[in-house]
Design a binder for this molecule. Structure first.
Ligand code: IDP
Ligand code: MG
Length: 147
């Protein structure tokens, strides 16, 4: 299976209710290796640009307001089948429909404030990674060391 990269975002609700550490632990345990990470306060324009594919949806305005309502953590995760793996660990968009043990089932507040974002295809992952990171901000390191 191919090593892929995917864009992950910890959304404002994850920070506001102190779920950051628990969410990062779940992604790490799933074998998704962080190779870039930063905390940002998105402007309305940045949030609109990121979610441009959804601009015709009825929830677009509210989604943009929510995503720029507080800081987020954006990160690049790397691993085998990383795009689908991340989506699996995240769970369904609507926490009411998310499988047991998924991040959204455990931590999301609502279909909108649903704790995490994950790219939905390798192609979109490349675009989304480039939206937030320069190539020089992606690092390489060994994470197989034993204590
Ligand atoms: P995804 O994040 O699971 O890929 P998308 O359909 O791409 O889901 O929607 C992007 C984001 O828009 C969701 O994560 C959620 O924050 C928000 N969203 C999706 N559907 C709704 C809705 O019906 N009402 C309000 N917000 C929504
Ligand atoms: Mg999506």
């Amino acid at each position: 299976m191919a090593i892929e990269r995917t864009l992950s975002i910890l959304k404002p609700d994850a920070l506001q209710w102190r779920a950051v550490g628990k969410i990062l632990a779940r992604l790490e345990e799933a074998g998704l290796k962080p190779v870039a990470m930063k905390m940002l306060q998105l402007s309305q324009k940045q949030a609109e640009g990121f979610y441009a594919v959804h601009r015709e949806r009825p929830f677009f305005k509210s989604l943009v307001a929510y995503m720029s309502s507080g800081p987020v953590i954006v990160q690049v995760l790397e691993g085998e089948n990383a795009v689908a793996k991340n989506r699996e660990v995240m769970g369904a968009t609507d926490p009411a429909k998310a499988a047991e043990g998924t991040i959204r089932k455990l931590f999301a507040r609502s279909i909108e404030a649903n704790s995490v974002h994950g790219s939905d295809s390798p192609e979109n992952a490349r675009t989304e990674i480039a939206y937030f990171f320069a190539q020089t901000e992606l690092v390489a390191y060994d994470w197989t060391a034993k204590r």
